[in-house]
Design a binder for this molecule. Sequence first.
Ligand SMILES: NC(=O)CCC(=O)C(=O)O
Length: 179
Amino acid sequence: MTSTNHSDFRVAILQLTVVAHKPTNVAIAVKRIQKAKINGCTLVILPECFNSPYDTALFRQYSEAIPGGETCKALSQAAKSNKVYIVGGSIPEICDEKIYNTCTVWDPDGNMIAKHRKVHLFDVNIPGSTCFKESSTISPGNSLNTFQLGKFKIGLGICYDIRFSEMAALYRKQSLLFS
Ligand SMILES: NC(=O)CCC(=O)C(=O)O
């Protein structure tokens, strides 16, 4: 089913392999979007940082302007040519010299209909094991963001955002789905 006038539609939630070559990552995503469409999906959801390694040392190098950058152009075109909604996981965004971990959403005409900057950055320090500080290079977003898909209003969050129930509660208060 591809019509959004109905209460049920098919969603693709994609996991993608990320390599060092950014255009290859974008091409992999576009190919999987096409496959999701062939499988009858109306909404395609990509993973966090699908065009870049998840590495604080590399986010700036891989970052691009939104919506003018190469990844956004590819997502817009993929949404339009496949007539699907795309929740574009996230990419490193550069804006006023700051870097954000940002999700873009595209409608079936290729328009960007929402943008969400990750609010809760993932900082972890397990002595003797793992130390990762997303906040060392990424700036946090400060807003809740939604988009409309047919009769559904969907709230956006990126990865660690989901750990904070207050955010989901705020969306839920507005009777939203939390994606
Ligand atoms: N990229 C992230 O936000 C990681 C979050 C995570 O691993 C978790 O357990 O939550």
